[in-house]
Ligand binder design. Structure first.
Ligand SMILES: CC(C)(COP(=O)(O)OP(=O)(O)OC[C@H]1O[C@@H](n2cnc3c(N)ncnc32)[C@H](O)[C@@H]1OP(=O)(O)O)[C@@H](O)C(=O)NCCC(=O)NCCS
Length: 211
């Protein structure tokens, strides 16, 4: 890979189906047998909290090989205030291009754009091995807790990234993923109807899945 062999641009409505297919291929059997992220993305685009200005696709040789989106969220501060932040995802790279550096390029580009958009910080569930390379840290180290997680439980999956230096320095509170991320669990029939519009794919139980 070199910096001239891909472009990153805003997603358009003509990309929607291609991108949902990409998300399905990329997430399939990674976190659960099958996946729901393609349905989540489809529904997110219509959610009030969705940020269309930060809806990106990565293109290589005229083909979309990556995507990332952002959603408005908040930290509910212990003093009763609300601190506006963004959350992120789904983010993915096409299976055949994983582990070649494209994900980090897409992530770093979209974080720059999120900062330029005016976001101060981001909270997100992810793998520190990947996101740590782009300055994400475990959110509890910045005083942000994950809603519903018992005290002392492993919170290493819950990450944050300041987009303005020290943005979270005086923030203490709790984050819950915006409701729009639970659309598949809340509407299983709608999800199944949507999933049936894709070519059949084998669901597998694999090591490392979390659901
Ligand atoms: C996660 C994802 C976006 C990363 O994109 P990518 O292009 O594969 O990642 P990169 O090649 O840019 O990785 C950069 C570095 O991050 C780390 N990294 C990337 N993916 C990793 C993983 N799954 N586990 C551990 N470390 C990882 C590695 O250190 C990697 O460098 P290396 O390959 O030289 O060791 C991509 O693998 C993907 O689409 N996965 C499936 C969907 C998904 O899980 N999305 C994220 C949900 S939180």
């Amino acid at each position: 890979m070199n910096k001239h062999d891909y472009i990153i641009r805003r997603e358009t409505s003509e990309d929607f189906l291609t991108v949902e297919n990409l998300v399905r291929e990329s997430f399939w059997n990674v976190y659960r047998p099958g996946c729901v992220e393609h349905f989540v993305l489809k529904c997110l685009r219509d959610a009030e909290a969705f940020v269309p200005e930060l809806d990106f696709v990565m293109e290589k040789d005229g083909r979309i090989i990556g995507q990332n989106v952002f959603v408005k969220a908040e930290i509910r501060c212990d003093d009763g205030a609300s601190f506006p932040i963004l959350t992120m995802g789904p983010i993915c790279i096409a299976p055949e291009y994983k582990r070649q550096g494209y994900g980090k390029k897409l992530l770093d580009y979209s974080l720059e754009k999120a900062a330029a958009y005016g976001a101060k910080a981001l909270c997100f569930e992810g793998n520190i091995d990947f996101y740590g390379k782009s300055e994400f840290v475990v959110a509890s180290s910045k005083g942000v807790r994950y809603h519903g997680l018992p005290e002392g439980a492993d919170d290493s999956f819950f990450l944050c990234r300041e987009l303005v230096p020290d943005a979270l320095a005086s923030v203490r509170g709790e984050y819950a993923p915006p409701r729009c991320y639970f659309v598949a669990e809340e509407n299983p029939d709608a999800f199944e109807r949507y999933e049936k519009t894709f070519p059949p794919k084998e669901k597998q139980v694999l090591p490392g899945q979390i659901f």
